[in-house]
Design a protein around this ligand. Sequence first.
Ligand code: DGL
Length: 269
Amino acid sequence: MDNRPIGVFDSGLGGLTSVKELMRRLPQESIVYFGDTGRVPYGTRSDETITKYVFQDIRFLLNFDIKLIIIACGTASSVALEKVQQAFNIPIIGVVYPAASQAVNISTTGKIGIIGTPGTINSGSYIRIIKELAPDAKTFSKACPLFVPLVENGYTMNEVARLVAQEYLGPLKDKCVDTLIMGCTHYPLLKNTIEGIMGKEVRLIDPGAETAKYVKQLLIDKNMLGQSGIVPTYKYFVSDCIENFSRLGSLFLEKEITQSVEKIDIEKY
Ligand code: DGL
């Protein structure tokens, strides 16, 4: 048993898709969340810059005596996971493996689409794991750089979002994929829009939610679950404007988070 909190971070709001699922599956676990809102997006930056940011994000979270870190960001997981796993003496889990393995498990035709930030798609991270698990799978990927700013501005279900999604997803629909990995943790917030273009028969994989499931099993296996019945604490930190994060974050989480958001200077870490 381990009552220390779980640390979760992302470049912004996207990692809340993982937090929401953690709260549902592991209601006794306390969470410290960091959204690097002052430096979002990560997905269009160089590997070197992303790696520097990820090290800073982890050093910040380590101030809270956490038991495990979830990199709730497809880009950071794709670019920096192995480096930080080697550098820090704490379990660090990325979103790519849990999402890729779920896609392989549920795809019946083996035609798997992957959408993500340019950083994620250029890294080839999802394809590498899919091919390891299912060498015959056929993968089709597409970078969708405008999706993150749409989500960060709350444009998840309007006509603008639909037009952008149509532009990005049309080619994947033409390939007849039966499973689509929404390979950036911001994208599940556009789920209805994405589903509207791809059709309901295409299975959509939410990497943050898959990672929450994976982490639950890991905590069980390592005997690191928090004590059941305990009242958890949730702390949120951002590197820029609190109001936007609180307002949109509360909407996405379906839970009021206004009281507990603090702004920090991430450059100090
Ligand atoms: N939510 C992130 C991801 O999963 C980051 C998006 C970004 O900052 O570009 O890739």
